[in-house]
Design a protein around this ligand. Sequence first.
Ligand SMILES: *[C@@H]1O[C@H](CO)[C@@H](O)[C@H](O)[C@H]1NC(C)=O
Ligand SMILES: *[C@@H]1O[C@H](CO)[C@@H](O)[C@H](O)[C@H]1NC(C)=O
Ligand SMILES: *[C@@H]1O[C@H](CO)[C@@H](O)[C@H](O)[C@H]1NC(C)=O
Ligand SMILES: *[C@@H]1O[C@H](CO)[C@@H](O)[C@H](O)[C@H]1NC(C)=O
Ligand SMILES: *[C@@H]1O[C@H](CO)[C@@H](O)[C@H](O)[C@H]1NC(C)=O
Length: 740
Amino acid sequence: MGLLLALRLLWLMPLAWTLGEYSSLEHISRKTIPYHKDNGHLFREEGVWNYSTMLMREDLGLLLLGARDVIYALDLDNISNKKASVKWEVPKAKQTECIKKGKDAEIHCKNYIRILHTRSDGRMYVCGTNAFDPECDLLSYKDGNLILEKKVEDGKGKCPFDPFQTYASTMVGDDLYSATSINFLGSEPVVMRSSPVSIRTEFKNSWLSEPHFISMAQVPASKGSSKGDDDKVYLFFNEAALEYDSYSKLVVSRVARVCKGDIGGQRTLQKKWTSFLKAMVDCPVPESRLPFTIQDTFLSCDPQEPWGSCLFYGVFTQQPHSPELTAVCAYRVADVSALFSKGKYKNPLPVETSYVKWVMYSGDVPSPRPGACIDNEAREQGITQTLDLPDRTLQFVKDRPLMDQAVLPVGERPLLVQRGAAFSRIVVDRAEALDGHKYDVMFIGTESGTLVKAVNYDGTSFIIEEVQLFPSRDPVKVLKLSEVKGHLYAGSGYAAVQIPLATCGRSLSCMDCVLSRDPYCGWDRTTSKCIAHLNVQRKLIQSVKNRNASLCPVAGTVTPINESIWLRGSLRLPCPPPSNLAVVSWQRDTLPLTPSDHFQVLPDGLLISNASASLAGRYRCTSLERSHASVVADYRVGVAAGGGGPTLQAQQGGPSVAGLQATVGILVLLLAGLVGWNVYSGHLPLPCKRRDESGCGSAQHAMLEAGKKHSGQGISGRNGENVVHRPAEPMQFIDDESEI
Ligand SMILES: *[C@@H]1O[C@H](CO)[C@@H](O)[C@H](O)[C@H]1NC(C)=O
Ligand SMILES: *[C@@H]1O[C@H](CO)[C@@H](O)[C@H](O)[C@H]1NC(C)=O
Ligand SMILES: *[C@@H]1O[C@H](CO)[C@@H](O)[C@H](O)[C@H]1NC(C)=O
Ligand SMILES: *[C@@H]1O[C@H](CO)[C@@H](O)[C@H](O)[C@H]1NC(C)=O
Ligand SMILES: *[C@@H]1O[C@H](CO)[C@@H](O)[C@H](O)[C@H]1NC(C)=O
């Protein structure tokens, strides 16, 4: 089929063009930070799961956290500090009913908090799945207590029935905008506004086709509008595309928008949106055949700039959902807005009896423009509300809610592409660096429970670090930002964590501090520390764009460490690379180390084995990053005669051989005595007699596993910035339609 071929070519063409610059598109995080309890504050309660809904109440100094069957009020400064909580459990009878309908008591028939918004009176609106019977209530915080007001409302159409179903919502004034399924089976999707006059979408495939709702945000387009424009609510989602004629389902990302003042039509589209328009959202990643699908968005605005310059940051994953490539694309709100207000529509064209082709509409477009908000031009025609819109306009938009063109990202390509854990959530902070410029710092949660911190400098993204947020590798389900507090809050199935935006303390040297390119951080000469520059008056060293580490004071020399090794023994000289982008090299007596059977360069050190006397000398390990070299470790290695003895790693000093031998002898005797006594008194089991005896093999297995893990980690962390990249997979052409 012609269209299908065109589609293939469309996805393959960028690949051919950008294969050359492909390696510069894929990014490697400069540092990989494992989980540590000091990385931030953790909150979790025994027996409570699914910390997946958050509401920032900076006015109350609280973080509202919705989990399974409970809502917490936590201290924004330290979320380990619980201020209050309120249970909202499913009544027994309702749970029984839920189980009778074939749902699981522990998994589905619980109350998962899904919606938490602040109303204009300061109270909160909260909804939960309530054992597949969603309900909403009002929540207030008074005298240090959280109170559910028991003013229960039906949650249908506001909150999903199924805790595993995606949804989106936002509150504008006291009106809830929601996108979810309105029935038990989850088969009837709606986008609606719950207000005195409730408005929703038409139940038509062309409006919503098996959607997965992602996010919603409002844009105050009426502010400063010369055309008397209305505010808009934008919605991002994925859905099965109707416009591509492929046999299997093709999922595409969409952005839709409605006008705040929409109250539906008079005869046509009664109590339905008259302003629901949608367009495809494209995040063109080279090397991918199918479009990437959107997982989350964040609306980033500079309060000093007009709303049109706001950016929607979106995270995308590959389809079918596999942890291969994952990307960030940013869309200018003005571009999205222009596409809806000036773009062409797609028109459904019946081709055969049951087959519809969607092509660009090139006929006359009625006035007022279908799907447009009521503006001054409409008012001049005597149309002051959507009820006054003519049927012709309404019928047009009812039949053609899809725009012809796709929304393209800024620069027409992704800001960031990573191979690894799929991106799941994103928030963006505008940080002012010491060069006076403001940079958007992206904080991206992943399906493996990590947080990626990245900045875009002059069109190239740089990943400062990737931090493991939780002790377990649970996906990040929610991510919120408090600019006021300078902290991030993330939630997962297992726990919630709070971590600072600025993590300068991780850099211990000036070079590391400068090369980290973190706009929050600078090197303080007086204290010799990498610190957050906010509210610091002293002049700090920072070079986010040029990463000019020559600005740093000359680093002191590394004190050599004395090591000694037995003849034919082996010795490991540690040299942890300061960053994943650094290339480490070894010198022996000022010359580059010549490879031989005696040396094995490890990811984090050098292993000398089967030592001979000639191996004695000076061993230096140097790291090179961005042509800035620094000595990481320096060793003086002596080789002790009298080989055959056990390997010994002396930390310092060169003890005499005889002394060493005597010490070892005494230690061996002591150890034998200790083991003997322990076996005798039953503290230690005797060695296994049979192989299948429990405990015997497993300890060995565990050690092997640990060893594997260790080496695996090291290798993955050793990629150079512009060094070796995995070759792009060969292009795959599809010869058979059934392969799609
Ligand atoms: C945070 O709160 C927890 C619990 O109240 C407390 O143990 C911890 O010391 C606090 N941490 C800081 C840095 O204040
Ligand atoms: C709740 O959390 C658990 C533990 O992480 C997870 O296995 C489960 O899928 C979560 N349930 C939902 C509905 O997200
Ligand atoms: C880096 O800093 C040094 C010292 O201030 C300066 O001489 C040099 O020109 C700088 N290089 C770049 C590329 O900015
Ligand atoms: C150790 O080195 C000696 C000579 O230096 C060599 O004869 C011997 O085969 C080596 N042993 C092993 C196990 O490589
Ligand atoms: C290391 O050995 C050298 C001589 O090889 C000696 O001068 C130095 O004091 C030793 N350093 C330490 C810390 O023992």
